[in-house]
Ligand binder design. Structure first.
Ligand SMILES: *Cc1c(COP(=O)(O)O)cnc(C)c1O
Length: 433
């Protein structure tokens, strides 16, 4: 058989697979869930990227939500270049980390002190350690369908039957560690109350993505979140909001401000680094004072508070505040919603468009949009693979997994949204053919 002509992406992917597991540095990127070969990005600007074969796409992944201002925003690029020219890393204090910390403290409810790390995973890992250190308790409670990075104690899913202790959802996580995690379904006050009654006295923390956005967009009722906060406090457990996606995206105060609920600790990532590797955890002063060097909870990082990354974060928050970015994102979200709803109604597809601010998700199934993981049906997931390919053919790039949400940036214009809705109409037709 003669060899078929190859795209540059195919050739790069072939090479990548020899030296990187699955050809990637993070699993979803490998396109296993949608089929085909991942597009290797060549360059990106605003709402669009170009792959190494010269194909242009409207991007709704936006580095998984990190790029709230779009790709290569001029002000972020300038701030990064200026910072880099002054030194790319100090491993010592610098002014920019104070500046970013002051902004976080000013914007996020109940956040009196913050510590910067290099990823969302690290932020969650440190927040959990702090909660354990501060309470002297070992167990934590999480919700099925919330993702908190690849932290060992949180790569855990619900055990079988009535056992609420978690079982590892990844090889390499010791069952003994997973057993310290209690797993409860979202949107279920009764299950939560039962778990708190049983384990409340041993819980260091209840951790939740207040806007669960890693298994679809599983919008929670405010009453459920309020019950969670009150229930945890009644047991003496700390409340950790994982706002790695929602923080500085839903608004300056994240989901905490949106729902009017203040956690004891919160974790950040993605937007806060403006496209560079930054995470952070913060919260009540008395808790944060337990962190080394003030307190006994150890946590450190060679590149923490990195000046180039801090500059990107400061520039990003600066633009959002100065240019009323959050209001613009809400308008774009509404605009996209209206256009997509029209397409869905016209075609009569059993699909709901779920949206909160600049986060959106297509639930490809009949009935109301799911609020918990076990309500997501398999046939919709399979159909998504077809939809994804059909959209790619039309220059629209959604995340290569049915479980990932879409991200709008301030760089997405009305024209982008119009083109997206038109492409979606044609792609849906293909998916249901
Ligand atoms: C992305 C994400 C993380 C992990 O952040 P990384 O920077 O990928 O380590 C943690 N929690 C939530 C809610 C996330 O969306």
């Amino acid at each position: 058989m003669g060899s078929l002509p190859q795209t540059v992406s195919e050739e790069l992917y072939r090479r990548a697979c020899q030296v990187l597991p699955g050809g990637v540095n993070s699993p979803v990127r490998a396109f296993r869930a949608v089929g085909g070969v991942p597009h290797f990005y060549a360059s990106a600007s605003g709402a669009a990227f170009q792959d190494v074969d010269g194909n242009l796409f409207i991007d709704y992944v936006m580095s998984w939500g990190s790029l709230i201002l779009g790709h290569a925003h001029p002000q972020v690029v300038a701030a990064v270049a200026a910072a880099a020219a002054r030194g790319t890393s100090f491993g010592a204090p610098c002014a920019l980390e104070v500046e970013l910390a002051e902004r976080v403290v000013a914007l996020y409810p109940g956040c009196e002190m913050v510590r910067f790390v290099s990823s969302g995973t690290e932020a969650v890992m440190a927040a959990v350690r702090l909660a354990r250190g501060a309470t002297g308790r070992s167990r934590i409670l999480k919700f099925d369908g919330c993702y908190h990075g690849h932290v060992d104690s949180l790569l855990v899913s619900a055990g079988s039957g009535l056992a609420t202790f978690g079982t590892p959802s990844s090889a390499g996580v010791p069952p003994a560690l997973a057993e310290l995690t209690v797993v409860v379904p979202l949107d279920d006050e009764q299950a939560l109350a039962a778990a708190l009654k049983r384990h409340g006295g041993e819980l260091a923390a209840v951790i939740v993505e207040p806007v669960p956005a890693n298994a679809g967009l599983l919008q929670q009722r405010r009453e459920f979140l309020a019950a969670l906060v009150e229930g945890a406090r009644r047991c003496g457990a700390l409340v950790i909001f994982d706002e790695v996606i929602s923080g500085f995206r839903l608004g300056p105060g994240g989901a905490a401000a949106h729902y009017g609920l203040t956690p004891d600790l919160a974790t950040f990532g993605k937007v806060i680094g403006g496209g560079l590797p930054v995470g952070a955890y913060g919260g009540r002063r008395d808790l944060m004072e337990q962190v080394a060097p003030l307190g006994p909870v150890y946590q450190a990082g060679t590149l923490s508070g990195n000046p180039v990354a801090m500059a990107a974060g400061v520039a990003t928050l600066d633009c959002l505040e100065r240019e009323a970015g959050w209001a613009q994102l809400e308008r774009s979200g509404q605009e996209l919603e209206e256009r997509v709803q029209m397409v869905l109604e016209r075609g009569g597809y059993p699909t709901s468009f779920v949206r909160l601010g600049s986060l959106f998700w297509l639930s490809l199934q009949e009935g109301p949009a799911p609020r918990r993981l076990d309500a997501i049906r398999r046939d919709g997931v399979d159909r998504y693979a077809v939809l994804h390919r059909a959209l790619r053919d039309r220059g629209v790039y959604l995340a290569p997994s049915a479980y990932e949400v879409g991200f709008l940036s301030t760089a997405h214009t009305e024209e982008h949204l119009e083109r997206t809705a038109a492409a979606l109409g044609a792609a849906l037709e293909e998916a249901w053919r």
